[in-house]
Design a protein around this ligand. Structure first.
Ligand code: C5P
Length: 258
């Protein structure tokens, strides 16, 4: 099929995707200690709804996604399952809950292990990015279906970035080692999209501790492609991010006319 005639994921009817099925894996097994004490980060409420439910809905909003696998805290899988049952989710999408692991990497691998063989494209999306717009999700899926082994959404940086020699004691002054050229840097978001076979191979091969899945594919020697990210796809990490997330939700409600 030529690029011109290829339908975007948004245009595809759910029943004609047999050869290009996409599943989303949401690692949600972290405690989120930087957000302060309390319930695990993914279960914190935003606009009265748990952050995880927002993230699940953000993936299911794409007509290209027909399965969402949530990786829950190891001792919280039953709780997460009832949470999903208690919230309205699109009927065309299936949901699975699996217990997570010690690290984000292990949690993603456990999610991948649970995927039926019929899925050949996989998104990995942080539960901590609850507000990613559907256009960003669709752009990632489309770039994978166009042949990229791995795709990340990313934004240019507002801040200049310095590489430092980390101080032994946090808070102590740190010497600058280098200043990378800002115009060539991007801040990477999720969902990150993968050819399934490539991501499975990356998880089998790369044992270093990494902070995102795409860097594992880079370590295989493959090229990861960047598509434009979105400012609303930010990661809820610190208390101020919760304030911003509530403001984004309030703006959406206003724009939707509620
Ligand atoms: O800690 P960080 O913000 O990088 O976590 C990113 C995502 O990975 C979060 O959604 C978190 O719940 C998830 N995670 C996980 N299993 C872990 C640690 C983190 O699923 N053991």
């Amino acid at each position: 099929m030529s690029d011109e005639s290829r339908p975007s994921p948004a245009e595809m009817p759910p029943d004609t995707r047999a050869s290009t099925r996409t599943a989303a894996v949401i690692p949600a097994a972290g405690r989120g200690v930087r957000l302060g004490p309390g319930v695990p980060k993914a279960l914190r409420a935003l606009g009265g709804t748990p952050m995880l439910i927002h993230a699940v809905r953000a993936m299911a909003a794409s007509r290209g996604v027909s399965l969402v696998v949530v990786v829950a805290p190891p001792d919280g899988a039953a709780e997460v399952k009832s949470l999903l049952d208690a919230h309205a989710l699109p009927e065309r999408t299936d949901f699975l809950v699996v217990p997570g692991g010690e690290s984000r990497q292990e949690s993603v691998r456990l999610g991948l292990d649970a995927l039926p063989a019929t899925y050949d494209t996989v998104l990995v999306h942080d539960a901590a990015r609850p507000l990613v717009p559907v256009d960003t999700v669709d752009a990632v899926i489309e770039a994978v279906r166009d042949g990229a082994p791995a795709v990340v959404p990313a934004l240019p940086l507002a801040d200049t970035v310095k590489q430092v020699e980390p101080a032994a004691v946090p808070g102590e002054p740190e010497p600058v080692v280098a200043t990378p050229e800002r115009a060539r840097l991007r801040a990477v978001q999720t969902p990150q999209g993968f050819d399934r076979e490539t991501l499975v191979r990356a998880h089998e091969t790369v044992t270093d501790n990494v902070t995102d899945d795409a860097s594992m594919v880079e370590q295989l020697g493959l090229t990861v492609m960047v598509v434009p990210g979105h400012e609303e796809a930010f990661k809820v990490t610190r208390p101020l991010d919760l304030v911003l997330a509530e403001a984004v939700l309030a703006r959406r409600r206003l724009n939707d006319g509620f």
